[in-house]
Design a protein around this ligand. Structure first.
Ligand code: PEP
Ligand code: MN
Length: 338
């Protein structure tokens, strides 16, 4: 439940509520809005059964949270979550861009990609070292060697690193090299992975499951949040529908839906969302127009010879053109694009 305080509630009245919650072993989150303070209650609300909070001084009303997730909900925390990674803020006024190859293939391929995306305006370098491939015979990634290359690329360019962690045993290793841990679509409901990542403080990019509803996706985020890690961003990457022309159907409506239901930042992946590089620029621009906080885009110096996802990868030249267009769209919807 959330306790909405009166516009004129005093510090003492707020303290009266938080002291009561603490005495009942309940946690709370205070949101300071422009007009009023909202207190989200964490824990078993049955403990408040015989406590008439509604009539306590300074309280305007008590609202139950009807959603199955709580910490991820906008009712619980009305103000947007802003994830800070050094000098970069995700979920704030500025649009963030993460770009790079699907998989780290070699030092040359990665460094060429890193320099290109950095020059075009990206703040993060993406690249998988552990690859969740549909076929076990496809390239599985360079593993720790790939992570080390990502780290070298970071030192060379200043780009931050986003890369996937596929299982619980690799969390510590990947965390040594990454600034953001990516949870892939296929792992969105790997609850033991979600819980373990929830015990770290690392920012997390939680991709939407291939057939996940918005509610299932927000509950997956709740698993991470409920373990204490508040640095979660949601990544729309397309869902499976009856359409076969595209690899997935990018659900643009999920962007405003998530913005309404949750306070977490939304990142869109138009590369996996379409599977076709020619569609990527339009979907990237549409995502920013629809309110996304950032993009994650596959860029490869030689898409035709890529070891994975070449068909959906932009060349550095096309990525540079896209970034120029994105700035115009971002500014048109009142966002900054550096
Ligand atoms: C990826 O980012 O390369 C990837 C495998 O993404 P997804 O989990 O969305 O398929
Ligand atoms: Mn990929």
């Amino acid at each position: 439940m959330v306790i909405v305080m009166d516009v004129n509630a005093t510090e003492e009245q707020i303290l009266g509520i938080t002291d009561l919650l603490s005495s009942l072993n309940l946690g709370y989150h205070i949101s300071k809005g422009e007009e009023r303070i909202v207190i989200g209650v964490i824990g078993d609300k049955k403990r408040l059964q015989d406590k008439p909070i509604e009539i306590m001084d300074g309280v305007e009303k008590v609202i139950p949270i009807v959603e199955s997730y709580k910490l991820a909900s906008r009712t619980f925390k009305p103000e947007p979550t802003i994830i800070q990674i050094d000098d970069i803020k995700i979920g704030d006024q500025n649009i963030v861009v993460m770009a790079g190859p699907c998989a780290v293939e070699s030092r040359e391929q990665l460094f060429e990609s890193a320099i290109a995306v950095k020059n075009a305006g990206a703040q993060f370098l993406r690249g998988g070292a552990f690859k969740p491939r549909t076929s076990p015979y496809s390239f599985q990634g360079l593993e720790e060697e790939g992570l080390k290359m990502l780290f070298e690329a970071k030192q060379m360019t200043g780009l931050k690193i986003v890369t996937e962690v596929m299982d619980v045993h690799a969390i510590e290793l990947v965390s040594k090299y990454a600034d953001i841990l990516q949870i892939g679509a296929r792992n969105m409901q790997n609850f033991s992975l979600l819980k373990e990542i929830g015990k770290t403080k690392k920012p997390v990019l939680l991709k939407r499951g291939i057939s996940a509803t918005i509610e299932e996706w927000l509950n997956a985020a709740e698993y991470i949040l409920s373990e204490g890690n508040k640095n979660v961003m949601l990544c729309e990457r397309g869902i499976r529908t009856f359409e076969t022309y595209t690899r997935n159907t990018l659900d643009l409506s999920a962007i405003p839906a998530i913005k309404k239901l949750s306070h977490l930042p939304v990142i869109v992946d138009p590369s996996h969302g379409t599977g076709l590089w020619k569609l990527v620029p339009s979907m990237a621009k549409a995502s920013i127009a629809a309110g996304a906080d950032g993009l994650i885009i596959e860029v490869h110096p030689d898409p035709k010879n890529a070891l994975s996802d070449g068909a959906q990868s932009l060349t550095p030249g096309n990525f540079e053109i896209l970034c120029k267009d994105l700035k115009i769209i971002a500014n048109a919807v009142g966002r900054d694009f550096i």
